[in-house]
Design a protein around this ligand. Structure first.
Ligand SMILES: *Cc1c(COP(=O)(O)O)cnc(C)c1O
Length: 381
């Protein structure tokens, strides 16, 4: 089966991990700060805080933004459930914004309208989590211009988008127009640490909160402890209810080793995306946009409600691991129980009925890609 996504491990990754295995520290050593620094160097953000998954990164980002019981958080309905679950972990209320049919990202006009209504009813969100779907950045400048006057925290879920750029050419993760950006290093993503994630930010205060929430809410900071306690030597203080969301040194060194090849990976993905574009342009399918510098996490074509299931089945039967991204979050049984209804986000629902993710990853070889294309041609012409 040609998978829809696949990671790439090279000897240098293996050597780096083995080195750490022979070191004194398997966790809480020097590898995590080194990986965090490398993420800052790559993205241009001032600070990066590693976490043990993209999901825990989302959770601590919401906590650092001050999200708590009674607050609203909004996110794009076309995403992985984690983009919404993070709000519920904080005891907050979740709502969704429909997508734009072209970008498949949160619709800016829908967001604007929804904010105006929420202002009237006093239900403005504390935070908005935008998702750079498939690796293609949202128009962050336009979105921040809308959310900023309301004082809403803006969090980018860039689990798909490390290595990409926004509409102004800023690296995703630089937080040029947002408070925080979360990254994921799951093996299907741009680079992997097996499991892992991070939050980037330019705000020192947020960085300190992120660190606190990722490590039990415990601090040894001399600015927080009084001099008597500090003099004790052993003393530390738990000042928040935090978690153990730390990344280990083994994971961190793998992530750092992979980060060195990120640009090569993104270029390889882009080349393959362009090739799909050329070869599929005459077929009756809607292709993704090629405008912003996407990280090309996914290559999603849109078929029609009549043929998506058939094409999915035939490709799977013929060894092509096509997939569907995403079931709109509000359609999951858990979210239906919270009161969300089918029909509430019609553009995302229509997109979902037609979407098909084709195999795309840096090591996808041309003959496999030609095979995928030939299978599609056979079904659609
Ligand atoms: C993968 C992913 C996450 C979660 O990341 P994990 O590292 O798997 O916890 C969050 N949001 C989106 C959009 C993702 O694709």
């Amino acid at each position: 089966m040609i998978p829809y996504g696949s990671h790439d491990i090279q000897q240098s990754d293996i050597d780096a991990v083995i080195d750490v295995l022979k070191n004194e520290f398997l966790t809480q050593g020097s590898q995590v700060p080194a990986f965090e620094q490398a993420l800052c160097d790559y993205t241009g953000a001032h600070f990066a805080v590693a976490a043990n998954s993209g999901t825990s990164a989302l959770h601590i980002a919401c906590l650092a933004a001050g999200v708590g019981p009674g607050d609203w958080v909004w996110t794009s309905v076309n995403s992985f459930a984690a983009s919404a679950n993070c709000a519920l972990y904080c005891g907050a209320l979740i709502d969704f914004v429909d997508i734009d049919a072209q970008t498949r990202n949160m619709s800016i006009s829908a967001l604007k309208e929804k904010l105006a209504k929420a202002e009237d009813t006093g239900t403005l969100p504390k935070a908005v989590v935008v998702v750079h779907f498939a690796g293609s950045s949202c128009d962050m400048k336009a979105i921040s211009a809308i959310t900023e006057p309301y004082g809403i925290a803006l969090i980018e879920d860039a689990a798909h988008a490390l290595g990409g750029e926004d509409h102004q050419g800023n690296k995703v993760g630089r937080c040029t127009y947002s408070d925080m950006t979360i990254l994921s290093f799951h093996p299907v993503k741009a680079i992997t640490s097996a499991e892992g994630g991070a939050v980037t930010t330019n705000c020192e205060g947020l960085k300190q909160k992120l660190k606190l929430f990722a490590s039990h809410g415990i601090t040894r900071d001399s600015k927080v402890l009084n001099t008597v306690d500090l003099a004790k030597g052993w003393f530390y203080a738990q000042i928040e209810l935090g978690y153990n969301y730390r990344l280990s040194d083994l994971h961190a060194v793998l992530g750092k080793s992979q980060l060195e090849r990120l640009d090569t990976y993104v270029s390889a993905r882009f080349e393959k995306a362009q090739y799909y574009h050329q070869r599929l342009s005459s077929l009756p399918v809607k292709l993704p946009m090629l405008d912003v510098k996407s990280a090309w996490h996914l290559y999603v074509v849109e078929l029609t409600e009549h043929n998506r299931q058939t094409v999915f089945n035939v490709l799977r039967e013929n060894g092509v691991g096509v997939n569907v991204h995403y079931i709109p979050i509000h359609l999951h049984p858990y979210y239906q129980k919270l009161g969300f209804k089918k029909g509430q986000f019609p553009i995302a629902e229509r997109y979902y009925n037609n979407a098909l993710s084709l195999p795309l990853y840096p090591t996808l070889c041309q003959s496999d890609q030609d095979y995928v294309i030939a299978q599609l041609e056979k079904e659609l012409t």
